[in-house]
Design a protein around this ligand. Structure first.
Ligand code: B1M
Length: 211
């Protein structure tokens, strides 16, 4: 169907208006939102991730693709609820306490949402207690911690410690990332996974959730 192709190519090439128009027209014709998501949007974001990992796309291309994806998602999201399309799981994401950098975290959010998960975006400067609350009271199955400052990385460990103290550590997977973060650090603090980029974070969540 022409609209799915337009949505796929629109996301890939960051053409937000094309994605919006094709999504609106497909929904008006009665195409199920789940079909647009599964046949066009998720595959397009997967392709964006593949191109990024192959060094054919860089952060600017990814940002405009994410913007186009977001525009499409905002149109299908309300219909998905009507169609009772269940996400694969719930992921709470935030930039850790003391840290206000959110550009990378937002990209990670869109890639994980693009892979079919519900995102609970906790924002920036997120305390360990708020992450704990996302597991205890909001049903997060994975939490994603982003840090861009070497001085805020210890808040990742503090969050894992807070989960342990709350008796929730074995109920949730913890993934971490951000420019100064490394696999070695993830191992040191006992995180379940590390990704150096947004595309890898989506792959990691799928792996940890057995999708
Ligand atoms: Co700040 N800043 N900044 N800054 N800033 C850096 C990080 C810095 C490296 C610049 C430098 O000095 N060269 C430096 C940190 C040094 C250090 O700690 N070693 C720095 C500093 C020092 C500061 C301030 C302290 C400056 C000051 O006020 N004196 C201050 C701190 C404020 C605070 O947070 N409390 C500050 C402020 C800011 C702005 C507000 C001006 C702005 C942020 C705007 C915003 O985010 N809304 C800003 C910016 C833009 C940057 C740089 C220039 C760019 C960061 C960025 O958005 N990159 C940055 C220098 C740099 O990185 N070159 C810098 C693009 C983004 C797509 O990449 O965020 O790395 P990134 O995300 C990637 C991966 O890291 C990964 O995937 C993303 C996409 O592939 N990833 C994850 C990220 N999170 C992940 C989570 C995952 C998995 C992967 O799983 C959960």
């Amino acid at each position: 169907m022409a609209q799915k192709e337009t949505i796929f190519n629109g996301i890939l090439n960051g053409k937000m208006k094309d994605v919006e128009e094709a999504t609106k027209s497909a929904l008006a014709e009665g195409v199920p939102a789940g079909e647009l998501l599964n046949d066009a949007m998720i595959p397009a974001m997967a392709e964006v991730g593949r191109l990024f990992e192959a060094n054919e796309y860089y952060v600017p291309e990814m940002l405009i693709a994410a913007r186009a994806m977001k525009a499409g998602l905002s149109l299908v999201r309300p219909k998905l609820v009507d169609e009772k399309i269940e996400p694969f799981g719930k992921v709470a994401l935030g930039t850790v306490k003391g840290d206000l950098h959110d550009i990378g975290k937002n990209l990670v959010a869109i890639m994980i949402e693009g892979a079919g998960f519900e995102i609970l975006d906790l924002g920036v400067d997120v305390s360990p207690e708020k992450f704990v609350d996302s597991v205890k009271n909001q049903g997060a199955q994975v939490i994603g911690l982003s840090a861009l400052l070497t001085t805020t990385m210890p808040s990742m460990k503090a969050t894992i410690d807070a989960l342990k103290e709350a008796g929730l550590r074995d109920k949730v997977k913890v993934i971490i990332g951000g420019a100064p973060v490394t696999q070695k650090y993830a191992d040191e603090i006992g995180a379940d996974g590390y990704s150096r980029d947004a595309a890898g974070a989506a792959t990691l969540v799928k792996k940890l959730m057995g999708v």
